[in-house]
Design a protein around this ligand. Structure first.
Ligand code: TNX
Length: 495
């Protein structure tokens, strides 16, 4: 269990173990970053850190080769000698008055550890303009790795479309809290947001609309690849979602032959759910699904394709089961694993298919069959739910989620029948019916997102709201330095 009195600083998520030694390391104009020679991944991480530190300190921060470079006043990043027990994302950070040494068995761990270094520095370090300093880090050691393999957030780019730059900014903010999956809800009734070359009208026509009648938009495959690469550079895996067989109105507008009556419906820009369905008996529908999955799989290095499957109220139950069973197979044939919302449990799932638990009214009884489950219980984890009745944005269909409500739950006890070893992790979805701008996204995601990151990373026994709220309060000035528009919750003792 974490010894809080030993904390080196207000790090979120709370590290596994910390031992403060009471001294101070200072960044100086001559501080450089030494990375293990010949390791391109570490050099890129070194440059990432240097970029962040240069902006606010105004120092030069050269990235130099050799993890054993001079000790005095420098930062060292290495995978050599990293303890394998730390796993894919764990790291060890040792700060003395002479130097900072970050070691991890894998580059991903070094990247996660960089976020800890950023958070141990004063809040001004995250500013994009030069700040006065001094730039000190408390001395001590941190040994850290995550509780769960999956710590994610989802952005709905279908109800409202968000530009590549906004998506990158959201990815950066998730990376700051050590999240490792970014799920993109790419299609829904109100819009289709990804170019599919074999079905070009999906984006050209299906991308033209958005909720409320705005202009919509879509990502070209090049833009999607750019997002994937950007996320990869932050050690975040993109999970693309094509929501089928319901939530498909925009696709049906673009290709009426996917609809059982073969007629093109008028575009939909309202807020209802559960009224559209692909035509389950039509073989062309499976060609369509295969083409879309094949193109997405080719663009997506991560192992997962999310097939949605929620709220298919316009699809008959037996049709739905047939459809999901066929589609998870299509995903598998294209070399990926399917993920689907709760409802897919009505079908017989492949051992590789992952269920994402969201429903307010309890899980489908057959959800127990899923080998692995991602926990996103709406009443706890939905970033689009209002904080209180006074929150101007968001929805309240599953209640209100003030910051403490979002923090105080354990993914291992959401479903009594799904024990911790079958819980892949936590994901906080952000649906965008009421959100149109980056400011809107930030107001709903912050300051709750750091809490979901911590639920996924830190041991349950070391977490308490009373302790967390003080650390979160210390992130107010950090979020401000990052220019984040956040909800100033009265439950958090901001200074
Ligand atoms: C339910 S959660 C939905 C979405 C809505 C969301 C709004 C889920 C799998 N389906 O279609 O956007 O509620 O909170």
């Amino acid at each position: 269990m974490q010894q809080h009195e030993d904390n080196m600083g207000p790090v979120i998520p709370l590290p596994l173990s910390t031992k403060a030694t009471g001294g101070i390391f200072s960044l100086a104009p001559g501080t450089n970053i030494y990375v293990e020679a010949g390791n391109e991944a570490l050099r890129a991480i070194g440059e990432y850190l240097a970029d962040k530190l240069r902006l606010s300190t105004g120092y030069a921060f050269k990235v130099l080769s050799g993890a054993d470079g001079p000790q005095n006043g420098n930062i060292h990043l290495t995978t050599l000698g990293g303890d394998p027990a730390l796993g894919d994302e764990g790291y060890e950070l040792t700060v003395t008055q002479q130097d900072v040494r970050l070691s991890a068995p894998r580059p991903a761990g070094v990247f996660r550890g960089i976020q800890t270094i950023r958070q141990l520095l004063p809040p001004g370090i995250d500013s994009s303009s030069t700040q006065p300093g001094p730039w000190t880090i408390p001395t001590g050691t941190i040994r850290d790795y995550p509780r769960f393999a999956w710590r994610g957030t989802m952005l709905d780019v279908a109800r409202h479309f968000f530009k590549v730059e906004d998506v990158k900014r959201y990815i950066d903010l998730a990376a700051y809290y050590k999240m490792n999956y970014f799920h993109m809800h790419l299609t829904d009734d109100q819009g289709w947001r990804i170019e599919i070359k074999s079905w070009p009208k999906l984006a050209e026509i299906g991308g033209r609309t958005a909720l409320g009648g705005g202009p919509g938009g879509y990502y070209t495959q090049e833009e999607y690849a750019e997002i994937v690469a950007y996320a990869q550079s932050r050690y975040i895996t993109i999970v693309p979602e094509i929501d089928i067989p319901g939530h498909t109105h925009a696709a049906l507008v673009a290709y009426p032959e996917l609809n059982c009556d073969g007629k093109a419906p008028t575009p939909y820009t309202g807020m209802e759910v559960g009224f559209s369905s692909l035509c389950i008996q039509n073989d062309e529908v499976y060609n369509f699904v295969n083409d879309v999955v094949k193109e997405l799989a080719a663009l997506t290095p991560g192992p997962y394709i999310h097939i949605g499957g929620d709220e298919a109220r316009a699809t008959k139950a037996e049709d739905y089961i047939h459809f999901i069973e066929r589609v998870q197979q299509i995903v598998q044939t294209n070399g990926k694993q399917a993920i689907g919302w709760d409802e897919i449990a009505q079908a017989k799932l492949l051992p590789t298919t992952i269920a994402q638990r969201w429903n307010r009214d309890g899980a489908h009884p057959n959800l127990e069959q899923a080998t692995k489950v991602i926990m996103s219980p709406a009443a706890k984890a939905y970033l689009d739910l209002k904080y209180t009745e006074l929150t101007p944005l968001g929805q309240n269909w599953a209640g209100y989620i003030e910051v403490p409500d979002g923090y105080q739950w354990d993914p291992a006890t959401v479903m009594p029948s799904v024990s911790e070893d079958r819980v892949l992790g936590v994901e906080a979805p952000l649906w965008s019916e009421t959100l149109e701008t980056m400011d809107d996204i930030e107001m709903m995601a912050f300051p709750r997102l750091p809490g979901y990151a911590e639920i996924g990373w830190s041991p349950q026994a070391s977490r308490s709201w009373d302790e967390y709220k003080v650390r979160l309060a210390a992130h107010g000035p950090r979020l401000s330095a990052l220019g984040v528009n956040f909800h100033p919750s009265p439950q958090v003792p901001w200074k």
